[in-house]
Design a protein around this ligand. Structure first.
Ligand SMILES: Nc1ncnc2c1ncn2[C@@H]1O[C@H](COP(=O)(O)OP(=O)(O)OP(=O)(O)O)[C@@H](O)[C@H]1O
Ligand SMILES: [Mg+2]
Length: 257
């Protein structure tokens, strides 16, 4: 059994009498400890899949199971303890008038967990930030530091699954690599399962075991990392995405001397 099972998921938004079919009959499974990527052009439905898992977008058809159990509506505390999301823009996702301490201790308070002080300090340490950052506000941090805080917050309840929506695309290239390495290390240390959105195949190639290529709300092609690295895609669309990112991806021919 896979940890995440998405079967024939459809999400249709109705806005001003118009229907937007954001996701159409998409199926995918993610094994425990796997890192799975979603890639595709803007508007292809990547974020909507993550949002549907979290209950932030309506499930119009199909099903989502976590650990074999269909997600409950509303998602509730048990869900929050297992599944957490990290958004693209760390500035928008952190409360501007709450200290980092308050941001990190809030999930603990909601779940009635004790030892908040020590847990907050440890959480900062785990994402490579000094303990004194507790007393800062988001505007007193750099973009990369803010995203580290957002990751720390997502990990406060020790979830099994992180849903990552372009977690580094708002950051400079060098900071992006640091945050991706942090995520990689945390996944390894904690046995986390990732479902990660990126429009950048180079990031996907670095971070994920398998990737689903999406276009216009539909699944176009699923590729393993090996197939991606070997450029063994079967659709023209996946090929065009690959060609656009190829210069920033590792050349497999150069890897094996
Ligand atoms: N709340 C909403 N109401 C109406 N339409 C929506 C809503 N959220 C998303 N959409 C539409 O659904 C489609 C898929 O959007 P989504 O945000 O999932 O794309 P995406 O692949 O994440 O794109 P990007 O790479 O730009 O983030 C788009 O056409 C978008 O306009
Ligand atoms: Mg998106």
């Amino acid at each position: 059994m896979s940890l995440i099972e998405i079967d024939n998921l459809s999400v249709t938004f109705r806005a001003k009498g118009r229907e937007v079919r954001a996701v159409e009959a998409v199926s995918l499974t993610v094994a425990a400890r796997e890192s799975y990527g979603l890639v595709g052009e803007s508007g292809s439905g990547k974020s909507t899949i993550l949002r549907a898992i979290c209950g932030l977008a309506p499930i119009s058809g199909g099903s989502i199971r976590i650990g074999g159990v269909p997600v409950a509506t509303p998602r509730g505390r048990a869900f929050a303890a297992r599944v957490q999301m990290v958004f693209q823009d760390p500035y928008a996702s952190l409360h501007p008038r709450h200290t980092i301490d308050r941001t990190l201790s809030e999930p603990l308070a909601i779940h009635g967990l004790s030892g908040s002080d020590a847990r907050v300090v440890k959480a900062l340490e785990d994402v490579g930030l000094p303990a004194a950052f507790r007393f800062r506000f988001p505007h007193q941090l750099s973009g990369g530091q803010r995203q580290r805080v957002a990751i720390a917050r997502a990990l406060m309840l020790e979830p099994e699954i992180l849903l990552l929506d372009e977690p580094t695309s708002a950051l400079d290239a060098s900071v992006q690599a640091e945050v991706l390495n942090l995520l990689d290390r945390l996944r390894d240390e904690r046995g986390l399962t990732f479902l990660m959105v990126s429009h950048d195949l180079a990031v996907i190639d670095h971070m994920t075991d398998r990737v689903l290529v999406m276009q216009n709300g539909r699944a176009v092609e699923e590729l393993t990392r090996a197939a991606l690295a070997g450029a063994r895609m079967t659709t023209d669309y996946a090929r065009s995405l690959f060609d656009a990112s190829a210069d920033r991806m590792l050349d497999p021919a150069k890897e094996a001397p």
